[in-house]
Design a protein around this ligand. Structure first.
Ligand code: HEC
Ligand code: HEC
Ligand code: HEC
Length: 430
């Protein structure tokens, strides 16, 4: 088994760049509907504006607001919008009825360039099919927002054009801070832009049972150990030699980043690698081989390690190194080091499938263990992976596992676009 896997892994390693290359996405010319579709994908409009009637037909509940129908239907959609009405909604956050949109409609679109917003408008008017769907509205009272001001995009002093392009995509269109930046008491992101300081992308809270990890240069829970190449490959294929996307990040890759050009994926990676650590005093990960040596010799130290050998080591290996692009590395992996372990309990309980993507057609599945292991066992095995091979993160309690099992977010509303069951319900024609 190990030999076959190792062989497959080597084969894939050799093939991976070719795959990415051959499936490379073209950059559509400016001033075209195709270019508008590209901007819509980079901005992931589909994620929030699709519910039970197909792409862009709106109706996703967000607290007090429902996302409107933004298909080209002239009546229930936005087909009647002038360019000015559209621009005001997207860049200035002013609804067609004149009130300020809530912060669920990303304020970061304020940086969108004139060329991009024009193409986006053409795409929504002429490239998106009309879907009749009158969405519930909840009146005009909106919490946490005010009129936003357009923020013309400009190169910053000393910034390379590649990093600037990456910043435009990450801060602006991609609204990555939505999940990766901590929020204040009012629920607003503590920093909307990189220049606002080290809170930006320093790790978000629990969103639907998943943690958007720290994307700055931090050790050991940030991206210190990821190279530019690792990150670009992750955006295009959902995987790289060390990790694979799971939880909410799957939706982002599936709906959005897999469609980016190689240059744009690389630019986002370059920008992320330019962000200094929020806390430079944290120690880097250093490998500790004592656990692997014990496991090799058959010496198990505590219930967690015995469970790991039985249930996990076949794929993630006794030394936690996994098999590149098949089974993620657990050793030194930043997702294991985040303070809140909710993502890890979640993936062990429910398992996870990263679907096949354009440039990486094979899916990857981690089996669920919630039916086989009890709360105490899950706590033990997760505590084990958080404290082995050099990983240093606090232990997980049985109570935390029990709480998550009862949490409704473990069973996401299948009508919300991008949740794991939705592929079966909706045609992917956006
Ligand atoms: C994170 C979720 C999210 C994303 C991403 C998002 N929207 Fe929205 N959008 C909303 C919500 C929620 C509202 C309604 C807000 C309110 O009523 O306060 C909204 C409102 C709007 C409106 C206002 C409609 C009107 O009648 O004034 C338009 C137009 C719109 N979005 C278009 C887009 C486009 C185009 C994109 C991609 C560039 C996009 N949205 C991305 C959540 C989102
Ligand atoms: C809806 C929430 C959400 C949004 C929006 C989001 N992410 Fe994530 N992201 C996550 C979660 C959850 C994880 C942890 C699971 C994983 O590693 O796949 C993650 C992990 C990551 C990782 C870690 C990969 C590694 O090497 O371990 C990177 C890089 C990343 N996101 C980049 C981005 C970028 C860039 C954007 C914007 C285009 C973005 N994310 C938007 C939820 C989100
Ligand atoms: C059959 C192979 C297999 C087994 C057995 C398995 N996993 Fe996984 N694991 C995977 C795959 C594949 C992924 C990537 C899933 C995805 O990205 O959707 C993964 C992802 C993970 C991740 C997220 C890491 C990352 O960076 O993506 C963690 C944590 C994890 N597994 C822990 C465990 C634990 C703990 C066990 C035992 C209780 C276990 N796994 C058993 C295949 C396996």
């Amino acid at each position: 088994m190990k030999k076959i896997l190792a062989f497959l892994t080597l084969g894939l390693l050799a093939m991976a760049p070719a795959l990415v290359q051959s499936a490379a996405n073209e950059a559509p010319p400016e001033g075209s509907i195709e270019r508008g579709r590209y901007v819509a994908r980079a901005s992931n409009c589909v994620a929030c504006h699709s519910y039970d009637k197909g792409p862009y037909s709106g109706g996703t509940p967000f607290g007090i607001a429902y996302s409107p129908n933004i298909s080209s239907d002239k009546d229930s959609g936005i087909g009647w919008f002038s360019f000015e009405t559209f621009e005001k909604a997207i860049r200035q956050g002013v609804a067609s009825k004149g009130y300020s949109l809530s912060a669920m409609m990303p304020a970061s679109y304020a940086v969108m360039t004139d060329a991009d917003i024009r193409d986006l408008y053409e795409y929504f008017m002429h490239g998106v099919p009309a879907v009749k769907n009158s969405v519930k509205t909840t009146g005009e009272k909106r919490s946490f927002t005010g009129p936003r001001s357009v923020r013309p995009f400009a190169l910053q002093a000393g910034e390379s054009p590649t990093v600037a392009r990456g910043r435009y995509l990450v801060e602006g269109l991609g609204h990555c801070g939505f999940c990766h930046t901590p929020r204040d008491a009012k629920g607003l992101e503590k920093a909307q832009w990189a220049e606002q300081g080290k809170d930006f992308l320093s790790g978000g809270g629990n969103y639907a049972g998943w943690i958007g990890i720290n994307l700055r240069g931090d050790n050991p829970d940030g991206l210190a150990r990821r190279s530019r190449e690792d990150l670009a490959e992750f955006f295009l294929t959902g995987r790289n030699k060390a990790t694979a996307a799971f939880g909410k990040m799957i939706d982002i890759i599936e709906n959005s980043t897999q469609y980016l050009t190689t240059e744009d994926a690389g630019a986002m990676a370059a920008f992320l690698k330019s962000l200094p650590a929020a806390d430079p005093s944290k120690k880097p990960f250093t490998a500790d081989e004592s656990v692997s040596k014990q496991l090799w010799k058959g010496v198990e130290n505590g219930a967690g390690s015995a469970l790991y050998v039985d249930s996990c080591a076949a794929c993630h290996k006794t030394d936690g190194s996994g098999y590149a692009r098949f089974f993620p590395e657990l050793r030194g992996n930043p997702v294991l080091m985040s303070e809140d372990p909710v993502s890890l309990i979640h993936i062990v309980l429910m398992g996870q499938t990263l679907p096949g993507l354009k440039a990486a057609p094979t899916s990857m599945t981690m089996p669920p263990f919630g039916w086989r292991l009890n709360d105490q066992q899950i706590a033990e095995v997760v505590s084990f992976i958080r404290s082995s091979w050099g990983n240093k993160a606090p232990a997980v309690s049985e109570e935390a596992v029990r709480a998550l099992r009862k949490d409704k977010t473990l069973f996401p509303d299948p009508r919300i676009f991008g949740s794991s069951h939705v592929d079966m319900l909706l045609p992917k024609q956006y």
